[in-house]
Design a protein around this ligand. Structure first.
Ligand code: 5CA
Ligand code: ZN
Length: 409
């Protein structure tokens, strides 16, 4: 699949600091040392509805990761998937009586537009589940041949007990895992499974549903977790720097992915840091496609809201916090955008070197975007109250806000 166009990232003087970020698997901050090419896999959308503010907040967090790395003068190798065949997509297409391929294409196209408008940097490899099937089949065969998978009425399940490190990503107890498995695409109550938590690797073809040739697995379609493992291992290899997503992906999705990879390669962990963004709510409940309590990025854009203000609204919250979208959040972001634009529109202003250092420091410290915004607020207030004589300072601020926060002033 093609991704979306990259907005230019201005180069700032000197170098930013190395990223320290929270890792779910160790529940602590880790300082990553990625070498000259940092590697990141971010779980992509299941394209059955438009991009909402919750999605945008999660992708914003991983966009900041890239910007911090780029500012340390590294290259970034970024991979993202599109879950373009899965139960929720097929169910929505059936409900609305539309072709599932057309639905996936339409919503993926809209996602690209939203990401472009928000100045999110694109992945170098943007891979759909369907196009990954030829790589998924041999992995499932290998898991089966290693004794880590078994068949149940034609479907193939992964046995979580085959992984000695199972549970180390999410660190949840069995009861919590069981509850979340039922909520998040698993089938813990299906009779005949060895362990209720075992996830499906390959689903045998169902009447009226799409299916593909699975070689010795028979016709069918891939399970969700093996999809991301196949794409990540193919494009990044084992031991990449970050696997990212919202906090609802820690279990089962990232746990199961780490397990599949552990059995396939004998190594743990697949990612050096498992990074999870908080959940955005609307009217007191997590924004979710299944509940329908959504604010879409495309709706706001259509209403004429500047995407830079949407981006500032996301940045005003720490990526690990759960927070609530309200009109006030947007009003505050619009007001901040106005203040910042006014402040950089003059030819000179207060010195900007300290500000750039503060922004770098804030973002390198577990992506503390609110602290970075506060630093720019202080500079803008000073500019407003007293002005300054540093020629070119507004330009420096403008470039730093663009390079580090993805906001074009
Ligand atoms: N296709 C899979 C990942 S392989 C998937 O979870 N797709 S999704 O469309 O449901 O979600 C895309 C991303 O948005 C995931 O990282 C998910 O954790 C995140 N996300 C979903 N809802 C919210 C929310 N309310 N707040 C923050 N992030 C969210
Ligand atoms: Zn994923």
């Amino acid at each position: 699949m093609h991704a979306w166009p990259a907005s230019e990232v201005p180069a700032l003087p000197d170098k930013g600091r190395d990223l320290r970020i929270h890792d779910t698997a160790t529940d602590g901050l880790v300082t990553l040392d990625p070498g000259p090419v940092a590697r990141i896999y971010v779980c992509g959308i299941t394209p059955y509805d438009a991009t909402h503010i919750g999605h945008a907040a999660t992708y914003n967090a991983f966009d900041l990761v890239q910007r911090v790395w780029l500012d340390t003068k590294r290259q970034v190798h970024y991979v993202q998937n599109v879950t373009d065949v899965d139960d929720p997509l097929l169910e929505r297409a059936a409900r609305d009586d539309i072709d599932w391929v057309a639905l996936a294409e339409k919503e993926t196209a809209l996602f690209r537009e939203d990401m472009t408008a928000l100045r999110m940097l694109p992945p170098q490899h943007y891979i759909g589940a369907v196009e990954a099937i030829p790589g998924i089949v041999p992995l499932v065969e290998r898991l089966r041949d290693a004794g880590a998978a078994y068949e149940l009425e034609g479907d193939i399940y992964f046995s979580v007990e085959s992984d000695p490190n199972f549970g180390k990503v999410s660190r949840l107890d069995a009861a919590a895992m069981r509850l979340l498995s039922a909520e998040r695409g698993g089938d813990p109550d299906r009779p005949g499974k060895k362990n209720p938590l075992d996830p499906m690797l390959w689903m045998a073809a169902r009447e009226g549903e799409p299916s593909w040739d699975g070689g010795s697995l028979g016709r069918g379609r891939p399970g969700w977790h093996i999809e991301c493992v196949a794409i990540a291992l193919d494009h990044l290899g084992m031991g990449f720097d970050i696997q990212g997503g919202g906090s609802d992906l820690a279990f089962p999705h990232h746990e199961m992915g780490a397990s599949h990879a552990q059995v396939l390669t004998g190594e743990f962990p697949m990612a050096k840091a498992y990074v999870h963004a908080g959940m955005v709510a609307l009217h007191g409940e997590k924004m979710s496609k299944s509940k329908g309590n959504l604010v879409f990025v495309s709706t706001l854009r259509r209403e004429g809201v500047d995407p830079a203000a949407i981006r500032l609204a996301l940045l005003a919250h720490h990526y690990r916090a759960d927070w609530e979208w309200t009109d006030q959040v947007l009003q505050d972001a619009l007001a901040r955008l106005d203040r910042w634009r006014a402040a950089v529109s003059r030819p000179d202003g207060p010195p900007a070197e300290t500000l750039v250092a503060q922004m770098r420091e804030a973002l390198a410290n577990d992506l503390d975007a609110p602290a970075a915004l506060a630093a720019v607020d202080r500079w803008a207030a000073l500019q407003q109250e007293r002005g300054g004589t540093d020629e070119g300072a507004p330009g420096v601020v403008s470039r730093a806000v663009d390079a580090l926060l993805g906001v074009a002033l």
